[in-house]
Write a protein that binds this ligand. Structure first.
Ligand code: SAH
Length: 361
């Protein structure tokens, strides 16, 4: 008996919450269960957001036992929750089954609630100003682990989430297949049914996967982290630029627009004295002038491991004005949850650093 317990625990079981409806139907058929069980299960997992098989009270106990034996049921545990006194933004730190932690954010806007989720544990892209990448990539997140961030936030906050941005830790297009499956489940009419138009995937520019995503012809928004007005400057901030030339990245953006009709968002983190000059603004306008796009300026959020600073407010405004004069749509990103602070990935990092100190003591 004891031996059986151990093998069951170490054996990697199938992740049932990452399965779409068709896959679930096949699984139930293979188990010899009636087809309607797939529907019931799917409802419990993705509509009623059950926290375990036990909660699925209209399923026979023997069936629940069988499910428990055969499958992993992904749930995240809440490790920490910080709520901003300024704008109600909430930062969540979630624990995964293997002991890793990830970060997600709930932002309240007048058009609805938006959640920012992580797509990987850590990141290997190495952008110079980003805290999420300092410890490298630990592992990919499964579709269920991406979904659960939103499910848990809905359950804990008691509020409906209508918009989603993949702008937390990780590079979504470096976890492509899981991302696609996640998007399928998220936008499914029998799940949370979030509209594709309310989803934004942000990438540092992995060209072949931007093109693959374009070919999927989804209605999601693609945000490209551009951050520089030339190939040379981009290399200084983003190691990925050594792999992909800026013009190839922009061509992939043009292709995305052609295939989907969706306007591209360019993210441009403004770093004082690095990419915020008048010439940078002019060069940027030339570079993207022909693309149907929107530029989101993000005053860099300084992290203690790097010496980057925000430009002065007048410099940011001047940069914006210059782009506008060149007929480019532009906004300055509003800083949310300033008092619960820190840049993306910093809550997770401070947690890991503290744990490391505990372990040493
Ligand atoms: N891997 C994805 C998502 C990253 S986070 C990507 O590269 O797009 C979302 C955005 O925040 C990206 O544009 C990223 O470059 C930017 N960012 C990360 N850390 C930042 C910081 N400290 N200050 C300003 N922008 C930052």
């Amino acid at each position: 008996m004891e031996e059986r317990e151990v093998t069951q625990r170490t054996q990697k079981r199938k992740d049932i919450r990452s399965m779409d409806y068709e896959q679930l139907q096949q699984e139930m058929a293979a188990l010899g269960e009636k087809p309607f069980r797939a529907k019931q299960l799917y409802q419990w997992m993705h509509e009623k957001l059950a926290g375990s098989f036990e909660e699925m009270t209209n399923l026979p106990k023997s069936f629940r036992e069988k499910l428990k034996e055969q499958y992993d049921y992904t749930v995240l545990t809440l490790e920490d929750r910080l709520i901003s006194g300024i704008d109600g933004t909430e930062k969540y730190l979630f624990g995964l089954e293997d002991g890793n932690v990830i970060e997600s954010v709930l932002m309240r806007y007048h058009h609805g609630n938006s959640v920012c989720i992580s797509s990987q544990v850590g990141c290997r892209m190495g952008c110079r100003f980003c805290a999420s990448t300092l410890g490298g990539l630990t592992r990919q997140l499964r579709p269920s682990e991406m979904l659960e961030q939103i499910y848990e936030i809905q359950k804990i906050s008691g509020e409906r989430v209508s918009n989603l941005v993949l702008m937390g830790t990780g590079e979504p297009l470096d976890n492509y297949d899981n991302l696609l499956q996640f998007l399928k489940l998220l936008t499914d009419e029998h799940g949370l049914h979030i509209s594709q138009r309310n989803v934004t995937v942000s990438t540092c520019g992995i060209v072949e996967n931007m093109r693959r995503l374009a070919d999927e012809k989804l209605q999601i928004t693609l945000a490209l982290s551009l951050h520089a007005s030339s190939q040379e400057k981009r290399k200084e901030l983003m190691p990925i630029a050594f792999k992909y030339e800026i013009h190839d990245v922009l061509d992939a953006c043009r292709y995305y627009f052609e295939q989907t009709g969706r306007r591209i968002t360019f993210e441009y983190s403004l770093v004082g004295g690095v990419n915020d000059s008048d010439k940078d603004a002019r060069d940027l306008a030339t570079l993207i002038g022909d693309i149907n796009c929107h530029v989101n300026l993000i005053p860099v959020n300084p992290i203690k491991e790097r010496s980057f600073v925000q430009p002065y407010r007048e410099v940011i405004e001047a940069f914006k004005n210059k782009l506008e004069k060149n007929h480019i749509n532009v906004t300055i990103r509003r800083e949310m949850g300033r008092d619960i602070g820190g840049a993306c990935g910093q809550l997770r990092k401070s947690y890991i650093d503290a744990k490391g100190r505990d372990a040493q003591e």
